[in-house]
Design a protein around this ligand. Sequence first.
Ligand SMILES: C[S@@+](CC[C@H](N)C(=O)[O-])C[C@H]1O[C@@H](n2cnc3c(N)ncnc32)[C@H](O)[C@@H]1O
Length: 220
Amino acid sequence: MNEIVQYYNDLASTYDQDRFDNSYGNFIDSQERKILDKLLIDKKGQILDLACGTGRLLNYASIGVDASAQMIAVAKRKFPEKTFLQNEADAILLADNSIDTIISFHFFMHLDPNKIDQVLEESNRILKKEGRIIFDIPSRKRRNLLGYKKANWHGASSLSIADVKSDPNFIIKRTYGLLFFPIHRFPDLCRKFLLPLDSFLANSFLKEYSSYLIIELEKK
Ligand SMILES: C[S@@+](CC[C@H](N)C(=O)[O-])C[C@H]1O[C@@H](n2cnc3c(N)ncnc32)[C@H](O)[C@@H]1O
């Protein structure tokens, strides 16, 4: 088993509390949901949550794929009615051209560039023509500006919009920025004043200087 999956197997029972039961987690979760609500407004067809983890965003999808048995076990308790596949993201046991939309959050950031390509290749295989994949990734331009140095695999990967544009199988439909200011570091009182400005800057010409990008790709 790879190191990342082992890490999440060990974390599964405390993941939700650890990552999302705090002001930073709440902020990220609510911002991501605002964007997903816009992008999935019609909830059309089969939606797959890739690296679904404990099912944080499984309310948007009918199928959850994850390589960690322990993360899936937590998700299953929350969503017994959904279909789960314990698969590697680059070897999913689903037929070609069978899925309308893939969402994948807090996942690509852990993968090295080769693995990102393999996961996009596999997504291309299972998506129908004009199917979409919506994922988040730290913004490479922001990291370059701040001189980010990776310590290990955890959240180590980043991409620019130009990097994604070169993928031969997809076209970029929409992109969003997320977290321009480190909002979570400001006192609660300031946040409500900063939030509108944060959203404005994160989706202005400075988008790529946000912490994260959310990218919607459409299969050619
Ligand atoms: C940070 S969690 C994200 C969970 C969920 N998407 C969320 O946003 O809360 C990363 C997930 O990726 C899964 N994962 C890591 N490597 C994987 C791989 N090669 N194939 C499938 N899932 C993988 C882990 O098991 C873990 O559940």
